[in-house]
Structures are given as structure tokens and as C-alpha cells.
Design a protein around this ligand. Structure first.
Ligand SMILES: Cc1ncc(COP(=O)(O)O)c(C=O)c1O
Length: 434
């Protein structure tokens, strides 16, 4: 093992040995090299005469660039666009995001947590979690309604085993008991489990109530108290898009500093929240279970994260970090977000109103939804994939089929005025096939 990795592991073990146990073999081996980046960073501070360290081209005291590119980006200083961004992300963006997280998640107040590290959006954050914490055969606990890409990230890439629980009870609440049962078994078998909490959920569009959220946290705590290590990851991709009675915060705040055997990891980002999907800007933030001092654990996890970023992608795109900084600093930011929130909420509520008309009850019921971008129909007699193909071929309507019975509808991209027609068409297509 590299001595720098050894050093980070000792740093972790001194303050919280359980966190060291939670790391995969790769996670234990990770470190941030004192290579070109460290030497360049030192030179940036001290090389007053010539700086011949960095792997970019410069002229006239700034980065070299092509005018044909810059004429479209002339509102920005070249230094904020063209050079590599630091491996953990632009410091200003990290602190603005930290402030935003605290503002929007009152339960994070007074908790110890790391500075957010910039990722190439949430998919990359998930892959960092996989690399750092999921080894071959490790268990990942998820609801059966899940974003399919988790299988590729944790299963195919990291060799983890996904343990699913039913998402909903028959009565239509979040199935906390099923979650607890699967978590207990999965954790007991390995002494460790990774829990993935994705609210608002893709594909169901559900966020638990405050009581359900508290019950999820209590279940995780109980399993940790019984002697298993839990990596509790919140995938907050659709954070903030809460339209009805449900939690309005990430569970990260309640999981942070809860128990030494619980490591909370928050994944979030601008992609869905600020409607900048292609910018690829996200964050990963850690909070271990120490109620006291955990600065060394957090610093070591940050360094290991920087190590895997350096190894896999070197660093995240610089222009989008600058754009997001501009947005977060803008005096218009909150008002404009609120405006878009109302548009999305209008679509969600209209969807519910249309579905509750009773008109379609012979063809489907629907899963509970109150947030996010999506909702799912539960088809009564036609096959979801057959319906999807028929909708596309005959009506030019695109949906996503999941399993035999579920059809995911992204109301996020259907204007409120078109929602009635959309479901009328789906209903007609289902009748064609029945
Ligand atoms: C639950 C969930 N997590 C993460 C992602 C990926 O987000 P990003 O575009 O930020 O990588 C998605 C995207 O569809 C998602 O639905």
C-alpha cells in the first residue's frame, strides 16, 4: 500500500475505526498523490518569475485560447473558463454550495460534515461511492423502484449485490418495515451495508413523509447499534422539487453524526435542481458518526475522493463550475428557481387531478407521487413494454416501461395544458391492446 494511503487510513482509524472498515479494498488504497498537481499548486503561490509547471498553454499572463471560442464566452474572464479546475472543484463553488445546503437543510445545522467536493454530477458521485465503499459481494439496499443505472454502477462496475425491498405498502405509504427487514439481513450477513436513499425517487416521484423519514433513520440507527457498519448515501438529485406533504429536507442532516457506525454521504448537484443537466456539476459530502472531533476522518475521505477523481477523470469541467457560481451569486437566482418550481408543481398537480378523474381506472392505478420529475402508472392488463412500443409507433408518444406493469411518465417535460391529452392517448393505446 502506498504510504500516503496508509497515512490517510491511520488518520481515519484514530478518530473512527468503523469508517476504515467501511472502505472497499480500493477505498483503503486510495490517496491523493503529491505529484504534478501538488507541485503546480505550490508553484502557483510561489513561482513569481516563471511558472513552468502546469500542463496548459499560456500567453500574456493568462491561459491561451482561441478567439472563435471566446467570442461566444466573452462575458467570462478566460481564467475562469479555460484552465483546469482544482481536483476538488473551485473553492468558491464549494463554499457557496455548502451555504446552500445549510440554508435548505436546517437539520444540518451544528453537524460536522466535510466541504462538498465537486463531481461530474451525481452519476459520478455514485461511481465514487461505488469505488470507495462497494467491494465484490457487498450489499446495497434499495427499493424495488429504483434508477436502473445503479445496477451498472454498483453491480457491474463494483461487483456489489443489490438487495431490494418493496417500495410501497399496500396502503400506499413507504414500506419502512420492508426496508428495515432487508437492511437487517443484508447488514448482518456482511457486517456492513450500503443504503441508498433517493428522494424524490426516480421512477416513482415519491418522497417519504417526515414520519416515514424519521422511521428510516431510526431503522438505520437500530442496525448500526446492533453492530453493523452502514454507509448511508442520499441521492438528492431532485432535491427541492417537493410539491405536497412530504419531507422537505435531505435525510443527510438527520444521519450525520448519529452513530459511529453510520457514515452519511450526500450526493447532490446543479444538474436537475438548477436545470443544467449537461453542465455535469454535482457534489459529494461526507459526515461520519462521531459526535465529537471528526476533522481528520473528513479530511482523509476528501483526499481519497480527490484521489479517485484524479485517477478516473483528473478534474471536473471548469466552465460549468463558473456558470453555477454565477447563478448561485445572482440576485435573481431564488426568484427564477421559484418560478420554475411553480411550473413543475403545476404539472405534478395537474397530473394527479387528471388521473383522479376516474376515467382511466379500468386501465391502471398509479403509485404514490408528490415530488421530482416523474410518476409511474401501474397497468392492470396490458404489458408495459408492449404499450410503450405501441404508444411510440402509433401515437408518437414516448414513455418508459419498467418491468411488466409499470410505465414511467416524466411530467417534467409535458406542458400543463397537454397533460390531459397525454393520458387520454395512453388510455386509448391501452384500449387498442386490451
Ligand atoms: C435518481 C437519480 N440519481 C442520479 C441521476 C444522475 O444525475 P446526473 O445527471 O447529475 O448525473 C439521475 C438521472 O437520471 C437520477 O434519476
Amino acid at each position: 500500500m502506498n504510504p500516503l494511503a496508509q497515512e490517510l487510513n491511520e488518520q481515519i482509524a484514530k478518530q473512527n475505526p468503523y469508517v476504515l472498515e467501511m472502505l472497499s479494498d480500493l477505498g483503503k488504497n486510495l490517496f491523493f498523490p503529491k505529484g504534478i498537481l501538488t507541485q503546480s499548486a505550490e508553484a502557483k503561490d510561489k513561482a513569481h518569475k516563471f511558472n513552468a509547471t502546469i500542463g496548459i498553454a499560456t500567453e500574456k499572463g493568462g491561459p491561451m485560447y482561441l478567439q472563435c471560442i471566446h467570442e461566444k464566452l466573452s462575458a467570462f474572464d478566460p481564467k475562469d473558463i479555460y484552465p483546469y479546475a482544482p481536483p476538488a472543484g473551485k473553492p468558491e463553488l464549494r463554499s457557496l454550495w455548502r451555504e446552500k445546503m445549510l440554508r435548505e437543510n436546517p437539520s444540518m445545522a451544528g453537524k460536522h460534515f466535510s466541504n462538498p467536493v465537486v463531481t461530474n454530477a451525481l452519476t459520478h458521485g455514485l461511481s465514487i461511492v461505488g469505488d470507495m465503499f462497494v467491494g465484490t459481494g457487498d450489499h446495497i439496499v434499495l427499493p424495488d423502484m429504483l434508477w436502473g443505472n445503479y445496477n451498472l454502477t454498483f453491480g457491474t462496475c463494483n461487483g456489489g449485490i443489490i438487495k431490494k425491498h418493496p417500495t410501497f405498502t399496500v396502503a400506499g405509504g413507504y414500506d419502512v418495515e420492508a426496508f428495515k427487514a432487508v437492511l437487517k439481513n443484508s447488514a448482518a450477513e456482511k457486517g456492513k451495508a450500503v443504503v441508498l436513499l433517493n428522494f424524490p425517487n426516480n421512477p416513482s416521484g415519491y418522497t417519504p413523509t417526515v414520519a416515514e423519514g424519521d422511521a428510516l433513520v431510526a431503522a438505520i440507527l437500530e442496525v448500526a447499534q446492533s453492530g453493523s457498519n452502514i454507509v448511508a448515501v442520499t441521492d438528492d438529485a431532485y432535491f427541492g422539487l417537493f410539491y405536497e406533504d412530504c419531507m422537505k429536507e435531505s435525510l443527510f442532516g438527520k444521519l450525520a453524526n448519529l452513530h459511529p457506525r453510520i457514515l452519511a454521504v450526500k450526493l447532490d448537484g446543479a444538474t436537475k435542481e438548477e436545470f443544467v443537466w449537461g453542465f455535469r456539476t454535482g457534489f459529494i459530502t461526507f459526515a461520519d458518526g462521531n459526535q465529537g472531533e471528526s476533522a481528520q476522518v473528513l479530511a482523509a475521505l476528501e483526499k481519497k475522493t480527490m484521489g479517485i477523481i484524479r485517477a478516473k477523470i483528473s478534474n471536473c469541467p471548469h466552465p460549468s463550475q463558473t456558470f453555477v457560481i454565477e447563478a448561485l451569486r445572482s440576485t435573481q437566482f431564488l426568484a427564477q428557481k421559484e418560478e420554475k418550481f411553480q411550473v413543475m408543481k403545476g404539472r405534478a398537480l395537474k397530473t394527479k387531478q387528471v388521473l383522479d378523474s376516474g376515467k382511466y381506472d379500468s386501465a391502471w392505478s398509479y403509485y404514490p407521487f408528490n415530488s421530482g420529475y416523474f410518476m409511474c402508472l401501474k397497468l392492470k392488463s396490458v404489458d408495459a413494454e408492449q404499450l410503450r412500443v405501441h404508444l411510440l409507433d402509433k401515437y408518437g408518444v414516448g414513455t418508459i416501461s419498467i418491468g411488466k406493469t409499470d410505465l414511467r411518465i416524466a411530467f417534467s417535460c409535458i406542458a400543463e395544458n397537454d397533460i390531459q391529452e397525454l393520458f387520454d392517448i395512453i388510455f386509448q393505446a391501452a384500449k387498442d391492446l386490451a
